[in-house]
Design a protein. Structure first.
Length: 114
């Protein structure tokens, strides 16, 4: 059974930083690319970071490029999202997901506000 458990969210002031973690189990983690998504109130869920199975390639959409960094530790079955220079528009629930698997975790709330 695929399980994804996100953690590390919280409230931070604009310009601050947070690091999210996603602990995965129930599938061969290193065989799967992983993504972080976010969903703000009233908006569709969107991808914010992608990493290949071995962690050699990462991609980001323009709104977070240069501010967010995705990484993974295959020995720990964990994927991370380092978020710097946070903006109010980054406020959302953040989720991780394995590419081509249908399971989602519960997400972790990130609130950027002064």
């Amino acid at each position: 059974q695929v399980q994804l458990v996100e953690s590390g969210g919280g409230r931070v002031q604009p310009g601050g930083s947070l690091t999210l973690s996603c602990a995965a189990s129930g599938f061969p983690f290193s065989n799967y690319a992983m993504r972080w998504y976010r969903q703000a109130p009233g908006k569709e869920r969107e991808v914010v970071a992608h990493i290949t199975g071995r962690g050699t390639i990462t991609t980001y959409p323009d709104p977070v490029k240069g501010r967010f960094t995705i990484s993974r530790d295959n020995a720990k079955n964990t994927v991370y999202l380092q978020m710097n220079s946070l903006k109010p528009e980054d406020t959302a629930v953040y989720y991780c997901k394995a590419l081509n698997l249908d399971s989602w975790g519960q997400g972790t709330q990130v609130t950027v506000s002064s």
